[in-house]
Design a binder for this molecule. Structure first.
Ligand SMILES: Cc1ncc(COP(=O)(O)O)c(C=O)c1O
Length: 393
């Protein structure tokens, strides 16, 4: 039976040109990785600040493992709540300027627990068309009524809210800070103001902004000057911070609510001590080494500029996620493979991660790439895109 199910589904996926397979890397996840025995320059990760193997971060993990072991040994509510979790949550609360914070085992799990904790059947969620899959899945689980507006369209957002506000329903507005496949930042200042004017709560999922943007690496809310206006901050520990897990920060009563009702917090083992230790050290490193954040954004700006010089459009990116939209699945993957042959690992992204017909290269420079490496990549992308013109697919 499994053969038949797999065969039917995988044939459909192959026909659509969206079949995926895993690539195995060896060695640490720095700017250079070994892929199929060959060293390549990595422009496809989310270890943006190159903190995952930073000596202080590795030592943070090792120290926590020595002191607490490699597992929390239970869920947070049943024997797994370590002083380490609580201490780190207090640090995150301070970092975000919120009353409290709560750790989740991933950003995906956080959205799955948080959204149903805030809204239910009779409520609304007003969501950007390009919001992350974990927000969409959290909304589905909540059974709240989704209302979707075109990407970044502030006027449509306002109109949607005015149609549904004023009644008894609770309204949640989940916003991606940095859009993970486009690299643009949501117009947070306008959206937060509009959402509040209509009495809606704002949840900012800043998976790709945590550590990488804004004063002190506090993310896209800090970048847009709305750190204190956002009602709920969802930050990530697995990308800019080089560890694993996520946090939700907000008023103390929110933490209390989540501990009591968020199923993805309650029914799972607590985040392992080494990951907490690593994330704690990374948070401290953010403050000590702001150059990482600056260099990341400088590298991204250089890459966008170099690509523009070759006539390659990277709109709408203004951050360290730099898309080159090629449209066609086969063309995108051909460019991706050709780049690998040239020694550059850039990920091709297809539907359902991006809308149909907008397959793209998702290029993610790191803080530790040299300018020469950025320039070499830009030339290789230009050469390769030209080798596979649109009509060749
Ligand atoms: C906006 C957003 N939210 C949540 C996630 C999921 O985070 P995690 O990888 O920690 O599950 C991602 C991952 O890319 C994301 O882009």
């Amino acid at each position: 039976m499994i053969d038949r199910i797999a065969d039917e589904t995988l044939s459909r996926i192959r026909e659509r040109g969206t079949y995926r397979s895993l690539r195995e890397l060896s060695g640490p996840h720095g700017t250079r990785v070994v892929l199929n025995g060959k060293e390549v320059l990595l422009f496809a990760g989310s270890n943006y600040l190159d903190l995952s193997h930073h000596p202080a971060v590795v030592e943070g993990a090792a120290e926590a493992a020595r002191e607490y072991g490699c597992a929390a040994g239970g869920s947070r509510l049943i024997s797994g709540n370590l002083e380490l979790h609580e201490a780190f949550e207090a640090e995150i609360a301070e970092f975000t300027g919120c009353e409290s914070a709560l750790l989740f085992n991933s950003g995906y799990a956080a959205n799955l627990g948080l959204i149903p904790a805030l809204v239910g059947e009779n409520d609304f969620v007003v969501s950007d068309q390009l919001n992350h899959a974990s927000i969409i899945d959290g909304v589905r689980l909540s059974r709240a009524q989704p209302r979707v507006f075109p990407h970044g369209d502030v006027a449509a957002f306002d109109k949607l809210l005015s149609e549904i506000s004023g009644g008894d329903a609770n309204i949640l507005v989940p916003l991606d800070g940095v859009f993970s496949m486009d690299g643009d930042i949501a117009p947070l200042r306008d959206m937060v103001e509009i959402a509040h004017r209509h009495g809606a709560m704002v949840l900012l999922d800043d998976a790709h902004g945590t550590g990488t943007l804004g004063e002190g690496g506090r993310g896209s809310a800090a970048h847009c000057g709305v750190m204190h206006e956002v009602d709920i901050h969802l930050g990530n520990l697995a990308k800019g911070l080089g560890s694993f897990g996520a946090f939700v920060a907000g008023p103390a009563v929110l933490r209390d609510l989540l501990v009591n009702v968020a199923r993805s917090f309650i029914f799972t083992c607590a985040l392992p001590p080494p990951q907490v230790g690593a994330a704690r050290a990374a948070l401290q490193t953010l403050a000590e080494e702001p150059w990482r954040r600056w260099k990341l954004q400088a590298n991204a700006a250089r890459l966008r500029e170099r690509l523009a010089g070759f006539g390659i459009d990277t709109a709408p990116s203004t951050t360290h996620i730099v898309p080159v939209i090629l449209g066609d699945n086969a063309r995108t993957m051909a460019v991706c493979e050709a780049l690998l042959d040239e020694g550059f690992y850039v990920q091709g992204i297809r539907h359902p991660s991006v809308p149909l017909g907008t397959a793209r290269l998702r290029i993610t420079p790191m803080a530790t790439h040299s300018e020469d490496e950025i320039d070499a990549l830009a030339s290789a992308v230009a050469r390769t895109v030209e080798r596979f013109p649109a009509e060749s697919a």
